[in-house]
Ligand binder design. Structure first.
Ligand SMILES: NC(=O)c1ccc[n+]([C@@H]2O[C@H](COP(=O)([O-])OP(=O)(O)OC[C@H]3O[C@@H](n4cnc5c(N)ncnc54)[C@H](O)[C@@H]3O)[C@@H](O)[C@H]2O)c1
Length: 396
């Protein structure tokens, strides 16, 4: 455990909040779990109990440790009781800026002055939430992945006024929880993982929309030829089409044409309520479990196209000083189980080859997502082409 943080509050006991509370409790922290009704809290506690039971069943923890973890979580609907004497507050309420700002402002007035306040937001501005408080230096992003009990990655996000001390504490805390933190050095929309993922989704959606490959053909190629754990459409169903759609729009607003979304593919499904796995159907029918993707279709789509746009977005992240190559690669491997990070891939393949692929696609389709990032061009000029020249994203 980290000395400075002993007691935490998690606000919002939904899909993410209950899991985050459980992770802290399993590591010995006292947790206050806040929501708006007793009924929601009861369900959250039942979910935690069920999940702890699974850990016991799989012999990952002992029954008495599970019981002790559960007893460390105190559900409450009172902000005074919830955040009055904690060292850290984690906000995990729905993705609405007005609501989050209201909560940050309330918490700021009640929590002790030393307490750090973090948000689990996937897309919204940490700096804006910080401005709703009198302690923006102690406000940061702590973006967990779903389900928090099993996913090891945490994106730690620095807002405009977040102090280095706060960032250091959240990084140390993430490690103390057994997680791997990656640092997002700027409060840039989509942070790291969703930005790279947003590009490969867009590339696949546009390819499908143009009739270049079938949905299943793209997924078969990604899975069986590319060695990714899921195809992009299947993964999008898993994430939730409403979430992917919303993130796609936020990225488009933030970065413009490079993130032009293919609304024709996703919007109609969102409007029909076909939100993916959680709704029993999205791109695929999930009513009978995970869709079966046919192996025979695994050469319908050129997987190098996904890699090319992923590498390009990684280059933008580095050029804008949002993230280092190590953080990007770790993020994609732990956050989405990619077989390799985009920077590692580019260095192995050759950065010149990746640029060629991007230029070929740009010539064919004229879309900004294929326009090579200036940083890649700079690497080409310097002959930093990857492993073969001893220097690329990494030094060899
Ligand atoms: N679901 C994911 O896969 C995922 C992954 C990473 C990050 N996130 C982010 O985590 C946050 C929460 O997402 P979620 O999927 O857990 O949402 P959710 O809808 O499952 O849970 C949100 C909870 O917040 C509660 N809540 C609403 N207003 C509140 C208030 N004023 N005070 C206290 N509690 C309140 C709700 O009752 C609900 O239980 C969002 O910002 C989301 O973007 C989600």
């Amino acid at each position: 455990m980290l000395d400075e943080v002993r007691k935490v509050a998690v606000i919002g006991a939904g899909m993410m909040g209950h899991g985050i509370a459980q992770v802290f409790a399993m590591r010995g922290y006292e947790v206050n779990l806040l929501d708006i009704s007793e009924d929601i809290l009861r369900k959250a506690m039942q979910n935690i109990e069920w999940s702890l039971g699974k850990f016991v069943e799989k012999k990952r923890i002992r029954r008495e440790d599970a019981d002790a973890a559960l007893s460390r979580i105190k559900p409450t609907i009172s902000y005074e009781a919830g955040v009055g004497n904690v060292d850290l507050v984690i906000e995990a309420v729905p993705e609405k800026m007005d609501l989050k700002k209201k909560i940050f402002s309330t918490v700021d007035k009640i929590a002790p002055p030393h307490a750090i306040l973090v948000s689990n937001t996937s897309t919204l501005s940490i700096s804006e939430m910080g401005e709703a408080t009198s302690r923006p230096d102690k406000v940061a992003g702590m973006h967990w992945f779903n389900p928090p009990q099993l996913m090891n990655l945490i994106e730690v996000v620095k807002g405009d006024k977040t102090s280095q001390e706060t960032i250091d504490k959240i990084i140390a805390l993430s490690k103390a929880l057994g997680k791997t933190p990656i640092l997002c050095k700027k409060d840039a929309r989509g942070f790291i993982v969703n930005r790279v993922l947003g590009q490969v989704f867009n590339e696949a959606f546009w390819a499908y929309h143009r009739g270049e490959a079938s949905m299943e053909g793209i997924d078969a190629s990604i899975k069986y030829t590319g060695g990714f754990p899921m195809g992009w459409f299947e993964l999008c169903d898993f994430v939730g089409l409403d979430i992917a759609y919303e993130v796609g729009n936020v990225l488009y607003q933030a970065y413009g044409e490079r993130f032009k979304p293919c609304s024709e593919v996703i919007e109609p499904l969102v409007k029909q309520g076909k939100l993916g796995q959680k709704a029993g159907g999205g791109f695929y029918d999930w009513s009978k479990g995970r869709p079966r993707i046919r192996f025979e279709l695994s050469d319908e789509y050129d997987v190098e196209r996904s890699w090319a746009v992923a590498v390009n977005e990684a280059a933008w992240l580095i050029q804008e000083d949002v993230a280092d190559p190590e953080s990007i690669d770790t993020g994609m491997k732990l956050g989405t189980a990619w077989p390799m990070g985009p920077c590692e891939y580019a260095d192995k393949k050759g950065i010149d080859i990746v640029i060629q692929k991007l230029e070929e696609l740009y010539k064919r389709f004229g879309m900004e997502m294929y326009s090579p990032c200036p940083l890649l061009k700079e690497y080409l000029t310097n002959r930093w082409l990857g492993k073969k020249t001893g220097r690329g994203f990494y030094q060899y």
